[in-house]
Design a protein around this ligand. Structure first.
Ligand code: ATP
Ligand code: MG
Length: 460
């Protein structure tokens, strides 16, 4: 148990050193704040006995540095009666206790014992928190909500099977993380995990990517090329945004699932594949099936096991856990001392709707960490959209506000208002505004053109 005594008076150093040693603790000595910091860099210290009256760096300055750099260390102030105001200020700065001079030995010992006990309890709490975190994590996924615990159970059960899996969830809810977790817990964990960004690729390019092609099968096919299915053989293939796959490609995909074989584009050989298909989408696949935009038979083939990821706004229990997790992660990456989120900031995080879900939360926390200069993440570091959620979420409206406009114009005015608010809240970033409104960026762009709204006029 190291106890650091910071005092420039020799007599006091001696008295305290003997006292500490007699109790079986190990005294370390420093005459100045600078000395003390040197010692702390070398040795693990549990408690500091600190005289406020020091030459050069003042005791108060040292206390503030200690609180920032070594928040776990208990600081006990020793000070003359004449500077009791200083002691009170020190308590406000986070000192554990103060002892006025002249002191009784017993008083010092009792205070040290109490301080060490408090430190022990704080440590226990911390390790408890760490254990909780372990329990609430699965691979890289974090979540303590019932819904997420159910997701973890499903992954555990479904991963070792051969079944195809469909992951549903809004943008940023962790679909890709779940796909990876499934792969890691499957019998193919040692095999490849291949991601297909089905996105908005034209179908012939997508197919050449998936199935490969032979030399000369089309202009530009200058050599034979393996497709992603071959690359993924023995592992898992993850179709991100499966809802965007064109119908032509859907039927080829269905054939691979049924026959477990395919041909390269322009090829004559059939190639056997053994892959597990994991697909994800934030679209309503059933609705796409209804509209004949997605093949029903493919839908059933993919949807053997469904994992539904709930939106972040429906799992408040996870929000605090995730926010803290990202805070610690980005503080470490950026070498910041941040370790806390102020209660006001946490309230705002809880109130916000998180249209971009966990990804958006992660971005918000990362931004705050980068901008921060203190050890507490406070509300002023949160972006406007999070700080003023209500002004965005509920544009005032009433039948009167049509002001006698014809219906269509009133609707257009309302749309204009919604879009302007979203753009403002998103700091003029259209992609973000679209996320908030839950429309595609291209749709937002079209609407802005139609309604004659420009990002510049909003910014001004
Ligand atoms: N439960 C979680 N625990 C920890 N991090 C998470 C969790 N869910 C999502 N994330 C993080 O949020 C980000 C988005 O996750 P991911 O890419 O898996 O979402 P997605 O559903 O695939 O999004 P999109 O639909 O936009 O493709 C990633 O940085 C991921 O690490
Ligand atoms: Mg994704």
């Amino acid at each position: 148990m190291n106890i650091l005594i910071v005092d420039d008076e020799e007599v006091l150093q001696d008295v305290l050193t003997n006292l500490v040693r007699k109790e079986g603790w190990n005294p370390l000595n420093a005459k100045t704040g600078e000395d003390a910091l040197d010692t702390l860099r070398r040795d693990e210290v549990e408690l500091v006995l600190l005289d406020l009256m020091l030459p050069t760096m003042s005791g108060m300055e040292l206390l503030k540095l200690l609180r920032q750099r070594y928040p776990d260390i208990v600081v006990v102030i020793i000070t003359a009666y004449s500077s009791i105001e200083g002691a009170i200020e020190a308590m406000r700065e986070g000192a554990f206790h103060y002892i006025p001079k002249p002191f009784k030995n017993e008083e010092v010992l009792i205070t040290i014992r109490k301080g060490l006990e408090q430190r022990r309890l704080a440590r226990e709490n911390q390790s408890l928190r760490e254990q909780l975190r372990q329990r609430y994590a699965f691979d890289n996924l974090i979540g303590r909500s019932k819904a997420m615990q159910k997701v973890f159970d499903l992954i555990r059960l479904a991963a070792p099977s051969k079944s195809n899996i469909l992951i549903l969830g809004e943008s940023g809810t962790g679909k890709e993380l779940v796909a990876k977790a499934i792969h890691h817990h499957s019998r193919r964990a040692d095999g490849p995990f291949v991601i297909v960004n089905s996105g908005s690729m034209p179908h012939d390019l997508l197919e050449s990517n998936l199935f490969g092609h032979v030399k000369g099968s089309f202009t530009g096919a200058v050599s034979n090329k393996k497709g992603l299915f071959e690359v993924a053989s023995g592992g898992s293939i993850f179709f991100d945004e499966i809802g965007n796959i064109p119908l032509e490609t859907q039927s080829k995909l269905l054939r691979v699932i049924q026959e477990k074989e395919f041909m390269r584009l322009g090829g004559v050989e059939t190639i056997k594949v053994e892959v597990r298909i994991i697909a994800a989408t934030n679209a309503d696949l059933e609705a796409l099936v209804q509209d004949n935009a997605f093949r029903e038979d493919l839908y059933y083939r993919l949807n053997v096991i469904t994992i539904q990821l709930p939106p972040l706004r429906d799992r408040a229990e996870d929000l605090a856990l995730l926010a803290r997790h990202f805070l610690l992660q980005y503080a470490k990456e950026n070498d910041k001392e941040l370790r806390e989120i102020s209660s006001r900031a946490m309230e705002l995080l809880m109130d916000y709707r998180w249209p971009g879900n966990v990804r958006e939360l992660e971005n918000v926390i990362e931004r705050a960490v980068v901008l921060s200069t203190s050890e507490i993440l406070d509300e002023d570091l949160l972006p406007p959209a999070v700080r003023e959620p209500r002004s965005f979420a509920m544009p005032p409206t009433s039948v009167d506000s049509t002001n006698g406009l014809p219906f269509k114009e009133a609707v257009a005015a309302y749309e204009r208002q919604l879009i302007s608010r979203a753009l403002k809240a998103a700091g003029g970033v259209q992609k973000r505004a679209a996320e908030m409104l839950k429309i595609k960026p291209t749709t937002l762009h079209e609407m802005m053109k139609r309604l004659n709204v420009s990002a510049e006029t909003i910014q001004a």
